[in-house]
Design a protein around this ligand. Structure first.
Ligand code: SF4
Length: 499
C-alpha cells in the first residue's frame, strides 16, 4: 500500500518521449558494436572535441571505450587531466557523508541495509544525534555534507527536511570563530515532485540518485522487491527534482552489477536526456564500485567486477565524454587508486569518512582515535577502502600541487543549475572557484590543519597567490583587489568571505 502511495505513474509518464525511455538497449548495443577497432585519427579528433569542452556523442564515447593501444591510452589520460584543469583548475572539492538511517524497505542484493539482512544493526538518528554527528564532522574542518538515508516511511521527506535544517543550525568553535556546514546535499530514494519541494525549501544543495545499473534485466534481478524494483520511478528521479526546482542533480551507477561499457553509455544517455529536457546535464556523476557488504554473496562473486586498470579507464572516458560535469571519487576506493583517478580528472572526494549510523560520534568516543580504521560490516552499507583523516588527504593533495576547496560560494551567489553549467562550459567558473578555493583553503589551514599540513599548504598557497596575481583575468575591475582584501581578512580571523 505504501508503494502505491509513493509511486506516481503520471510523474514517470510525463518524461517519456513517444512512450519510450531514454535508455534504449538496442541503440546502446549498436553503438558499442560499431565502436570496435576505432581509427586512432578519429580518437584524436574526439580528444580535441573534449578539449573544446563539448559533450561527446554516444558513437564517440563508444569509440573511446574500444581503444586498446596503450600509447593512445596514455594520451587519453593526459587529455582527461587537461580537460579537468581547463574547467576546474587544480582544485578538489571535499565533502563528508552522513548516514542518518539504515532502515530500508528494499531488497537490493548488493547492500548491507537491505530489509532481509537480519545481521544489520538498525538505527535511525534523532535530530539531537544528527546535530552530534554534524559537530564531529565540522570539527574535522568540513563545510559540505551529503546526507544519506535508506528508503523507509520513518525517514521520509519530512524527516530529511528536518535533518537538513538541523545540520545548518550547528556551529562549532574553531581556532578562530566557528565552523559550520554551508551546503547539505542529499543522497536518497526517488521521490515525488511534492516531496522534493520539501527538500528544496529546507535548503538542499545537490540531489543525488544513482540508477545503480541501466541494464533493465540486471536491474530487475538485483532489485527483486520493494519500491526500488520500479526501474522507471528511479530513472526519472532527477527529472522530477529539476521540476521541483532542484537544479543541481547528481547521477551515478554502481559498477560491478553489469558490463561497465553499458553503464558508461547509460550515464551518457542520462546526461543527454537531462540536457534535452531541461537544458542542463547532471552537476556530478559518481561511479562507485561494488565492495563487500554484510551478508551479500553478489558483492564478492559478481562476474562484472571492475579491476583497477579498467576503473581508471572508465573514469577517463567519463571525464572526456562530459567535460564540464563534476566527477566524484569516494573513500570506497583505496588511497593509491584514489590518487590515480584524481589525476585523470576527478573533481570531488571525501575524507575522515564514517558510514555507520552514528559513526562519527562513536569514533570521537574512542580515546586517541585508535580505532580510526575499524569498520563494522554489520553496521554499515559497505566496506570503505580509505579511512584516512581529512588532514592527511589534504596534505597528500597539496604535495601533488592540488588545492583543497571547501567553497560553497557558487550556490550562495546563485551560481547553480544552468548558470553554473554555462560558466563551466566557458571555463569561467574555474576562475571564480580558484579564488574561493584559495580563501577556503586558507581558512582550513588556519582553523584545522596539523602543523605538517599547514607547512605544506602554506607553500602551495604562495604558489597559488603568485599565479593569481599574474593572470590578466583577475586584474579586471576590482576582482584582484577584493580577493587580496578578503585573503587579508581571513588571515586576521574573519571567516566565510567569498567572491
Ligand atoms: Fe535500501 Fe539503498 Fe541499500 Fe537498496 S541500496 S537496500 S535502497 S539502502
Amino acid at each position: 500500500a505504501w508503494i502505491d502511495q509513493v509511486i506516481k505513474q503520471e510523474e514517470i509518464d510525463k518524461y517519456l518521449i513517444n512512450g519510450k525511455d531514454f535508455i534504449d538497449e538496442g541503440k546502446i548495443l549498436k553503438n558499442l558494436e560499431e565502436g570496435h577497432n576505432p581509427d586512432p585519427v578519429k580518437i584524436r579528433e574526439i580528444l580535441q572535441k573534449s578539449l573544446a569542452i563539448e559533450r561527446l556523442d554516444p558513437e564517440e564515447t563508444a569509440a573511446l571505450i574500444h581503444v586498446k593501444d596503450p600509447d593512445l591510452w596514455e594520451e587519453m589520460y593526459a587529455t582527461g587531466l587537461e580537460v579537468k584543469r581547463k574547467v576546474y583548475d587544480n582544485r578538489i572539492v571535499f565533502f563528508a557523508p552522513l548516514y542518518c538511517s539504515n532502515l530500508c524497505v528494499n531488497s537490493c542484493v548488493y547492500c548491507g541495509f537491505r530489509t532481509d539482512n537480519t545481521r544489520e544493526k538498525r538505527r535511525i538518528l534523532n535530530m539531537d544525534e544528527v546535530q552530534d554527528e554534524t559537530r564531529a564532522v565540522v570539527s574535522e574542518g568540513h563545510k559540505r555534507m551529503i546526507v544519506v538515508f535508506g528508503e523507509h516511511p520513518l525517514s521520509d521527506a519530512d524527516y530529511m527536511a528536518d535533518a537538513i535544517k538541523n545540520i545548518y543550525k550547528v556551529k562549532v568553535p574553531a581556532r578562530s570563530g566557528y565552523g559550520e556546514i554551508r551546503r547539505v546535499n542529499v543522497n536518497a530514494a526517488p521521490m515525488s515532485i511534492g516531496d522534493l519541494k520539501k527538500l528544496w525549501e529546507a535548503g538542499i544543495g545537490t540531489y543525488q540518485v544513482f540508477q545503480e545499473t541501466y541494464h533493465k534485466e540486471t536491474y530487475a534481478r538485483v532489485h527483486p522487491a520493494g519500491l526500488k524494483a520500479n526501474y522507471r520511478w528511479r530513472l526519472y528521479a532527477l527529472h522530477r527534482a529539476m521540476d521541483a526546482g532542484i537544479d543541481d542533480v547528481a547521477a551515478g551507477a554502481l559498477f560491478g552489477l553489469y558490463d561497465w561499457k553499458f553503464e558508461v553509455m547509460g550515464l551518457l544517455y542520462h546526461a543527454m536526456d537531462l540536457e534535452q529536457q531541461f537544458g542542463i546535464g547532471p552537476h556530478t556523476i559518481s561511479f562507485p564500485r561494488m565492495t563487500p557488504a554484510s551478508g551479500s554473496w553478489l558483492t564478492t562473486h559478481s562476474p562484472w567486477k571492475v579491476d583497477d586498470d579498467t576503473f581508471k579507464k572508465l573514469v577517463t572516458i567519463l571525464r572526456l565524454s562530459v567535460p564540464y560535469t563534476g566527477l566524484i571519487i569516494t573513500a570506497r576506493e583505496r588511497a593509491e587508486l584514489r590518487r590515480e583517478v584524481i589525476k585523470v580528472g576527478c573533481t570531488q572526494t571525501d575524507a575522515s569518512t564514517k558510514i555507520g549510523i552514528g559513526g562519527y560520534t562513536e569514533a570521537l568516543k574512542v580515546l586517541n582515535n585508535v580505532q580510526q580504521g575499524d569498520q563494522d560490516e554489520d553496521a554499515q552499507q559497505f566496506i570503505l577502502g580509505d579511512t584516512r583523516r581529512l588532514d592527511d588527504v589534504v596534505r597528500e593533495l597539496a604535495e601533488m600541487d592540488m588545492i583543497t576547496s571547501f567553497c560553497t560560494a557558487g550556490y550562495r551567489c546563485g551560481r547553480t543549475g544552468d548558470k553554473i553549467m554555462g560558466l563551466l562550459k566557458s571555463c569561467t567558473e574555474g576562475k571564480f572557484c580558484k579564488l574561493n578555493a584559495v580563501l577556503t583553503f586558507k581558512e582550513y589551514l588556519e582553523d584545522y590543519a596539523s602543523p605538517e599540513t599547514k607547512a605544506v599548504g602554506e607553500k602551495l598557497l604562495e604558489k597559488e597567490l603568485a599565479e593569481i596575481r599574474s593572470i590578466p583575468f583577475f586584474k579586471r575591475g576590482k576582482l584582484l583587489e577584493n580577493f587580496e582584501n578578503y585573503y587579508q581578512r581571513i588571515s586576521t580571523g574573519e571567516r566565510d568571505v567569498y567572491i
